[in-house]
Design a protein around this ligand. Structure first.
Ligand code: BES
Ligand code: MN
Ligand code: ZN
Length: 479
């Protein structure tokens, strides 16, 4: 089970006076002590700091203003605000607070910001560092508040599950442990599951890519299938079947094409796609989103040893195409390829794969934006807007046909790398070979935003669980 959140957001007014009152400037008409009122008025006019802590005989006040920046869309300004309030509460070393905020605020996003902002991966720390007292944050009881808090809490908890999986070190989260944890998280949620474990079973079942990549891993590669079928929606009544496919490399050393040591540790989060898919699936099932969803977690560890696949290996993929493994560090596309084919065989009408696939995507778009490629203009636009609604940016890159020849190889149908330039695009073009073109398909390359180890917006240092919110919102939009 995920670590219990150490912050709780509640709707009712506090029974005892709270230790800190956060006043959201421009979004509350609550009465305040005179000095606080004066400071709030100044701040509303844009004078003075954007945040101020005031100690008065009536109590401790935090005055804070939502940031207005044109790029903060889909509730991000409210998440950042929530993150700042959580931080201020921790800094003040208090455990109860109240936020004065009116009904026009984006409450779910504010609640997400509080819970996402208060997340720390501290389960492996000891002593004082690991001490985090439970916080209770009260919100005023206007109409709809209970539902708004519940929605924000559910989203943030799901995303924090993805973050925890990404933050867990690779010795404590190998493919086997990930698989067990995935099933444990889904217990009681009426999601059908199927597991294929180990190289032999994977090859037999037609997933040679997972076996190739995982054959030297310290634990066996796994394919986990998850099937959500909403009740009351007759099969066939709805034509949409959404498939989510997540890259789940629990550690990517590069394999025989070993990566340099600098920041190699970040590759413990090379399962961010699978983590986001699993997290989204828990919320889709918990919320009973009325659309059929199949999820696939492609779990393997990419390691070098005498059993590892070699540069030069050629093997036949599920769809019959032969693949030349030029570089064992281009492993994500190998584990995804067969599973994309399989998801389509099983009747998916819309497929989304999520992967920390290429450093090139980070070069192209920077660390704040995911790459978006695929087939079906309308669907790609839907995926993009599903992200924008919830403050996650995925920008289109072209699946430019002319670059397909960069993946040509004299001895196989396709090479697994495409040379120096346009690496995010050639990775997308590789995946495209394994998705029939009758299926609507989006590929999300989240190598940048999933791994913001320096901290970002309301995310503390560590992994972000990026795309979790997008996937859940997409399922809702397709329902
Ligand atoms: N997991 C990496 C991509 C990655 C890099 C994610 C940096 C997050 C941050 C992926 O498996 C990889 O190694 N890609 C190679 C592809 C290359 C060999 C064609 C890369 O990006 O260098
Ligand atoms: Mn790699
Ligand atoms: Zn990788």
């Amino acid at each position: 089970m995920p670590q219990p959140a150490s912050i709780q957001v509640v709707a009712h007014a506090p029974k005892k006076p709270v230790e800190l009152i956060a006043m959201v400037i421009g979004h509350s008409s609550a009465r305040l002590p005179r000095v606080v009122e004066a400071a709030a008025a100044r701040m509303a006019k844009g004078e003075g700091p954007a945040r101020e802590m005031l100690l008065t005989p009536e109590g401790r006040y935090l005055l804070i203003k939502p940031e207005e920046k044109p790029w903060l869309i889909g509730g991000e300004a409210w998440r950042i605000l929530g993150g700042r309030i959580a931080e201020a509460v921790r800094t003040a070393k208090v455990t109860t607070a109240e936020i004065l905020v009116g009904g026009k605020a984006e409450i779910p996003a504010l609640v997400e910001g509080l819970i996402l902002g208060d997340y720390r991966f501290d389960q492996l720390r000891s002593g004082k560092e690991a001490e985090r007292k439970p916080l209770t944050i009260h919100l005023p009881g206007h109409s709809g508040i209970i539902e708004a808090i519940a929605a924000g809490t559910a989203t943030a908890r799901a995303q924090n599950l993805a973050r925890e999986l990404c933050d867990l070190p690779p010795n404590l989260l190998n493919p086997e442990i990930f698989a067990k944890r995935a099933l444990a998280e889904l217990r009681g949620l009426s999601v059908q599951t199927k597991t294929i474990a180990g190289c032999a079973a994977l090859r037999r079942a037609g997933f040679p890519g997972l076996a190739q990549v995982g054959q030297a891993g310290s634990a066996a590669p796994h394919l986990i299938e998850l099937h959500w079928r909403p009740r009351g929606v007759a099969p066939g009544a709805r034509s949409v079947r959404l498939a989510l496919v997540g890259k789940g490399i629990t550690f990517d050393s590069g394999g025989i094409s070993l990566k340099p040591g600098d920041k190699m540790w970040e590759m413990k989060a090379d399962m961010s796609g699978a983590a986001a898919v699993l997290a989204a699936m828990t919320q889709i099932a918990r919320d009973k989103v009325p659309v059929a969803v199949d999820a696939y977690l492609c779990l393997a560890e990419n390691m070098p040893d005498s059993l590892a696949q070699r540069p030069g290996d050629i093997y036949k993929a599920r769809n019959g195409k032969s693949i030349h493994v030029d570089n064992t560090d281009a492993e994500g596309r190998l584990v995804l390829a067969d599973v994309l084919t399989y998801a389509c065989e099983r009747g998916a009408t819309h497929v989304v794969d999520v992967a920390t696939l290429t450093g090139a995507c980070v070069v192209a778009l920077g660390e704040g934006i995911g790459g978006l490629m695929g087939r079906g203009e309308g669907f790609l636009e839907l995926v993009r807007s599903a992200g924008l609604d919830v403050g996650e940016e995925h920008w289109p890159l072209p699946l430019y046909g002319e670059y397909r020849e960069l993946l040509d190889h004299p001895h196989a149908d396709i090479n697994n790398i495409g040379g120096r330039w346009g690496g995010a695009i050639t990775a997308g073009l590789f995946l495209a070979e394994f998705v029939p073109d009758t299926v609507k398909w989006a590929h999300l390359d989240i190598a940048g935003p999933a791994i913001r180890t320096g901290g970002w917006r309301y995310y503390a240092k560590g992994m972000t669980g990026f795309s979790t919110r997008t996937l859940v919102n997409l399922a809702r939009k397709l329902a």
